[in-house]
Design a protein around this ligand. Structure first.
Ligand SMILES: CC(C)(COP(=O)(O)OP(=O)(O)OC[C@H]1O[C@@H](n2cnc3c(N)ncnc32)[C@H](O)[C@@H]1OP(=O)(O)O)[C@@H](O)C(=O)NCCC(=O)NCCS
Length: 165
């Protein structure tokens, strides 16, 4: 099955699929403290800001985009130039099939090539698939921010994780 998935760099024609998959992650409330569904204009702006070293890649299955991952700017101070924040989102019905891992393996290769020495991310401790994926990929738990955000009127903790490249 895994050999039916194809990882490639994204292009503008993927923005709609990236938007749809991101919005599923927002709706599911297991991935992000972002609570507002994103429209095309927002996603296009986000996409255009991902240039140079900050790549967006997608996973395709039968010519359909079923997941994406990105290297995001962590902080615009030059001292942080070697640190990339990452995002990874898989379409609901394709989660748990190894696509997240394929995307992160490729993203790590790109991060090394583009001169990053560290990838980091922020995740919910209760996001089981996310936790499984990041541990499998060699990310280390940095720590947990207690009551870091509010989702549906309830405090949620946020875990910081990192991997030195
Ligand atoms: C989190 C997410 C990106 C993971 O991607 P995925 O394609 O579903 O994950 P994978 O199938 O590649 O699994 C990777 C690893 O997680 C672990 N894993 C798989 N299924 C699991 C499960 N049910 N429970 C716990 N761990 C699991 C395994 O260790 C697996 O590696 P292995 O198969 O080599 O052992 C994806 O589920 C997703 O998009 N979820 C919603 C959005 C989201 O949470 N994004 C992350 C924001 S921080």
């Amino acid at each position: 099955m895994l050999d039916e998935y194809f990882i490639r760099e994204s292009s503008e024609k993927d923005i709609k699929s990236i938007q749809n998959i991101y919005n599923q992650g927002i709706e599911d409330k297991i991935a992000t403290l972002e609570t507002e569904i994103k429209d095309y204009v927002y996603m296009e702006d986000w996409f255009k800001k991902h240039n140079g070293r900050y790549k967006v890649i997608v996973a395709e299955y039968k010519e359909q985009v079923v997941g994406w991952a990105s290297l995001n700017q962590y902080n615009n101070r030059s001292a942080y130039d070697g640190v990339a924040d990452l995002s990874v989102y898989i379409s609901r019905e394709f989660r748990g099939n190894g696509i997240g891992k394929m995307l992160l393996v490729e993203l790590e290769t790109i991060a090394r090539k583009n001169g990053f020495h560290k990838m980091l991310l922020f995740t919910f401790p209760f996001n089981q698939l996310g936790q499984g994926l990041y541990k499998r990929m060699g990310f280390r738990e940095v720590g947990v921010f207690k009551n870091q955000g509010i989702l549906d009127g309830e405090f949620v903790d946020v875990m910081a994780m990192e991997k030195l490249l």
